[in-house]
Design a protein around this ligand. Structure first.
Ligand SMILES: [Zn+2]
Ligand SMILES: [Zn+2]
Length: 292
């Protein structure tokens, strides 16, 4: 199983960290977990045809996790070596995904009208086969099994999910956005690789800025994420979606120091285009970037 972190960022617009998206390649399948800002650009950077994605599975509907979907749908349909999808795209997610997809059909109509008239694409290329899911198995094909784990991303983001991804006896768990979640800790047991979000602000910022407090109430603290890693004991612990809230945001080092109070094992900080291979061994490298 090959896992490429296409986007490891947050809503903050950044050229270094695009919106959350993770490419899972296993058993001849290509599945995206989330499709945040810039997903299409990252796929193209590593030479993956945008139209070759079999399915997109969403964790929840904050913009940094699904803003890239219209681009994936429309650009992936173009008859080029980097596009090429000739049929509908499969999309699944929590309750609400159906109305996202309905809106997408309207959003893409203007492009479709031109390209169908020009015989570039058929209407089918913009169709989406949509499935709403609750906790449990959401993808099971060719030995690749993906299970949605309900997490706790705050009272107005219900339900929100992390995912357990299994192939060839190896297990990767990705928390997606969540506060400390007992359910995630329980269902992440046995994970070889655990990828988890984290967020932090300085105490004085929290005191003065109510918006910072609101944001942090949706996320996990460094101390708590250390507890999650300590309870699951993965072979490889990775932090992603690192929220360091300003003004005067804490440094990454401050966050790692607080986490070290509860977890003393090695931890990696994700970057865009980090590749994790899970087979007989587990390895991490950066994706080969294609020129162009
Ligand atoms: Zn997010
Ligand atoms: Zn979120």
């Amino acid at each position: 199983m090959k896992v490429t972190l296409l986007g490891t960022g947050t809503p903050l617009p950044s050229m270094q960290r695009f919106g959350t998206s993770t490419l899972i390649e296993a058993g001849g399948r290509r599945v995206l977990l989330d499709c945040g800002r810039g997903t299409v650009l990252r796929l193209s950077e590593i030479g993956i045809p945008i139209g070759s994605i079999d399915a997109v599975i969403f964790s929840h509907f904050h913009s940094d996790h699904y803003a890239g979907l219209p681009d994936l749908l429309m650009t992936g349909a173009l008859p080029a070596s980097w596009g090429g999808r000739q049929t509908q795209l499969r999309v699944s997610g929590p309750e609400g995904v159906r109305s996202v997809v309905e809106g997408l059909w309207t959003f893409t109509a203007a492009d479709r009208k031109i390209r169908v008239a020009d015989n570039e694409i058929t209407e089918d290329c913009h169709q989406v086969a949509v499935t709403e899911f609750s906790e449990g198995v959401v993808f099971d094909e060719c030995g690749l099994k993906i299970t949605a784990i309900e997490v706790d991303h705050g009272e107005f983001v219900k339900p929100a999910f992390g995912f357990r991804v299994e192939f060839g006896g190896r297990v990767l768990v990705h928390s997606h956005d969540t506060r400390y979640s007992e359910n995630l800790v329980r269902q992440a047991q046995g994970a070889d690789v655990l990828i988890h979000e984290v967020a932090m602000a300085r105490p004085e910022t929290l005191e003065r800025h109510s918006h910072t407090r609101t944001v942090l109430e949706h996320h996990i603290t460094p101390r708590e994420v250390g507890q999650v890693f300590d309870s699951v004991r993965p072979h490889l612990a990775i932090l992603t979606h690192v929220v360091l809230m300003g003004p005067n945001p804490p440094l990454l080092e401050d966050m790692l120091a607080e986490m070290a109070e509860t977890y003393r094992q090695p931890v990696m900080v994700a970057h865009d285009l980090m590749v994790i291979r899970l087979g007989k061994s587990i390895s991490v490298c950066s994706a080969m970037v294609e020129r162009g």
